[in-house]
Design a protein around this ligand. Structure first.
Ligand code: SF4
Length: 696
């Protein structure tokens, strides 16, 4: 099952959704050497600190090298038979909805495809959800409300053509560094204006013309004020809005908006609106500050409304643009890896789509209702409704909100399988069965980045020990559960062709995701596949929404009336602060890979909490001392960074650390499990907490 190994290959960085191309070669000493691929359209040779340090992270330290059952090494056959038997028995005793897969935006599209097919087509449940639920689910829901499909309209080139770039809830400089470099290069070349909308003053503000430090969670109010200014200034596009539904209702809501929730000075809001109205070529880039919210879907639509009202979408240098956190969050969306989606952007709730997918897969059943979204899934595990769980390349015992309760739930689950490259995660430690997976540089497949560009990841060396690719794990389980012919894949190229052929059915329904032009690709052409932006079919080369038509029945775009509402977690006297969480520049997720690089670990070496000087003074917390941060669901001991980059009454802490000794992170243990009612995405940036000096 191993890929053919070449001495040097073109591959893709496994970290963020920018999707930078990498030239990867064996270094002759058992490791790999990396440099940016000058021919990849995402990065044109650039790499950030994380990408450049990839060669330091591929050693065998901590690697899971053999299957394990209850901590004992076992052979593959015995382990796979056990997993298939336990899933089959659980389904026979308790029905298909008693099992669940929790998958990951770190997985390759081919792996994701097999996971989704096994669960939705053959097990017959929609209980497969992905950690992309924590990343992009609100954007998916907002896109579907406005466009009828989960279509990212923009491309990276639009950022270079824009005259004004508005970055909302995005620390692009740290979280998508190469994209930020492209933005700064455009500013240097043509004077592009940059506005940052963020409660914190981040590194991204350094290159900005204007920073709007709005109150946590108040984005809907700000963009409604902008929509009202567009209307009052007569800046809406009269021709365009004839083909847009909901303009009057959205404007009525916007006209009722107040500036008060934003906490912004009126002159700052007026300057922002003047800049937006004064530049036709506007791209609004948004990320987790928008998505990770109990009002995330409304925030997305508040942004889309402004672009739809002005017709600034589907044209060069204009449009809303979500940038994804993970390298393959987009690929997961494409295969239907979310519990409320079917494959290839088809809709679970559409009987025609379900019938077509079932027929294509020759599947016994395709569920007709959504499965459990991430937070609901682990709640069901805690309540014993999920009795067999398979977690792939994710560490929900650290990253889900109320993470301590999630860890307890996983520990108490009847049967838990974890596929990963390491056994040293909080989730893997609770598993009954560990399946060793091939890692980046050892596995082959495709990923899709934030601007819909599909790129190859390629192996440059063999997987160590008994590690195997994820598609192989799942195909083996599918075969052993009773579908030997269906899951008899020879490798990722065959899976890719099947996915591409299925996308042609989606294209036949008039949907956006169509790569059927690649359905006949040979193995050797797949090996050589250069980066390509979808769609790759009849619409190839075209720009989405250039004709102003959406994918809704009737083809009209939809503006959605939205009104601001406060974050879900309510202040109480015991918890007077708002807790904002996020990433730092040089670490990735729970540091299972980036933590292996001494260079990356030197940037910020321990977990910290940013607190405003006025709050620190009042609480007698001196800079660089330890502070205790508590919430209704957890506690962390963090190094105090006293800084006015955060606002009084708010604190910020990174999400990467997992340790138990002070200073200790596990910051998601403190985050409330409040979710957006439409997208199911957790509100990771506006929980409540208390802060005090730490007394050992
Ligand atoms: Fe990797 Fe993202 Fe850095 Fe590019 S910007 S090198 S994809 S982490």
């Amino acid at each position: 099952v191993g890929p053919e190994i070449a001495a040097e290959v073109r591959s893709t960085c496994p970290y963020c959704g920018v999707g930078c191309g990498i030239l990867l070669r064996q270094d002759g000493a058992g490791g790999v050497a990396v440099k940016g691929d000058p021919e990849h359209p995402a990065n044109r040779g650039r790499l950030c600190s994380k990408g450049a340090a990839l060669g330091e992270t591929v050693g065998l330290e901590g690697r899971l090298l053999a299957p394990q059952v209850n901590g004992q090494e076992r052979g593959w056959d015995e382990t796979l038979d056990l997993v298939a038997h336990r899933f089959r028995r659980t389904i026979a005793d308790h029905g298909p909805d008693s099992v669940a897969f929790y998958v990951s935006g770190q997985m390759l599209t081919e792996d994701y495809y097999v996971a989704n097919k096994l669960m939705k087509g053959f097990i017959g449940s929609a209980n497969i959800d992905t950690n992309s639920r924590l990343c992009m689910a609100s954007t998916v829901a907002g896109h579907r409300r406005a466009f009828g499909t989960d279509t990212v309209p923009g491309t990276y080139e639009d950022l270079e053509e824009a005259d004004l770039i508005v970055l909302v809830g995005s620390n692009l400089a740290w979280c998508h560094p190469v994209l930020h470099q492209r933005v700064l290069a455009a500013k240097a070349a043509k004077g592009t204006k940059i506005v940052v909308v963020d409660p914190r003053r981040t590194a991204t503000c350094d290159g900005a013309d204007l920073h709007l430090p709005l109150a946590l969670g108040s984005d809907v109010a700000l963009f409604n004020l902008l929509l009202a200014a567009i209307y009052e200034g007569g800046a809406f596009d009269r021709d365009y809005i004839r083909q847009v539904e909901g303009f009057d209702a959205a404007v009525t809501k916007a006209m009722a908006a107040s500036a008060e929730p934003t906490g912004l000075r009126s002159d700052l809001i007026a300057r922002f609106c003047k800049m937006w109205l004064g530049h036709e070529k506007v791209v609004t880039v948004y990320s987790q500050g928008v998505n990770q919210s109990s009002a995330g879907t409304d925030k997305v639509n508040a942004i889309l409304n402004c672009h739809l009202a002005t017709g600034r979408i589907g044209k060069p240098g204009m449009g809303p643009f979500s940038v994804t956190g993970q390298p393959n969050a987009m690929g997961g969306r494409e295969v239907g890896g979310l519990a409320n989606m079917l494959a290839c952007h088809m809709a679970l709730e559409d009987p025609g789509h379900r019938a077509a997918v079932r027929s294509f897969w020759d599947a016994p059943a395709v569920p007709d209702r959504p499965g459990l979204k991430a937070v609901e899934m682990f709640r069901a595990v805690a309540e014993g409704r999920i009795k067999a769980l398979w977690v792939m390349h994710s560490n929900p015992a650290v990253t889900l909100p109320e993470a301590d309760a999630v860890q307890d739930a996983i520990a108490a689950c009847d049967f838990t399988v974890v596929s990963d490259i390491t056994a040293e995660t909080d989730t893997a430690r609770e598993a009954h069965v560990l399946l060793p997976a091939a890692a980046w540089s050892e596995k082959s497949g495709t990923v899709t980045n934030s601007d819909r560009t599909i790129s190859r990841q390629r192996a440059v060396r063999a997987a160590p020990g008994q590690a195997r690719p994820d598609w192989w794990h799942m195909a083996e389980i599918g075969r052993r559960m009773g579908w030997p012919r269906t899951f008899d894949y020879s490798g990722p190229a065959e899976i890719f062709r099947e996915h591409a052929a299925l996308s042609g059915i989606a294209g036949g329904f008039g949907l956006d995701f169509d790569i059927s032009g690649l359905a006949g690709i040979s193995d050797s052409d797949y090996d050589r596949l250069a980066p390509v932006r979808w769609p790759v079919a009849s619409r190839q080369g075209g720009r989405f929404f250039a004709d102003g038509r959406s994918f809704h029945p009737g083809g009209r775009m939809r503006m959605v009336p939205v009104a601001w509402r406060a974050p879900a977690a309510r202040h109480a006297p015991r918890f007077p602060f708002r807790l904002n969480t996020g990433r730092i520049r040089d670490q990735w997720h729970t540091m299972t890979r980036s933590g292996l690089s001494p260079r990356l670990s030197a940037h910020l070496a321990e977990p910290f909490v940013e607190i405003h000087p006025a709050d620190a003074r009042r609480l007698k917390i001196a800079p660089d001392t330890l502070a205790e941060v508590t919430s209704p669901s957890g506690r962390a001991i963090l190094r105090a960074q006293v800084t006015d980059s955060v606002q009084p009454g708010t604190v910020f802490a990174p999400m990467h650390w997992t340790g138990q000794t002070a200073p200790s992170g596990r910051i998601d243990a403190l985050v409330a499990a409040a979710t957006d009612p439409i997208s199911g995405q957790p509100e990771s940036k506006a929980s409540v907490c208390a802060v005090a000096p730490f007394a050992a």
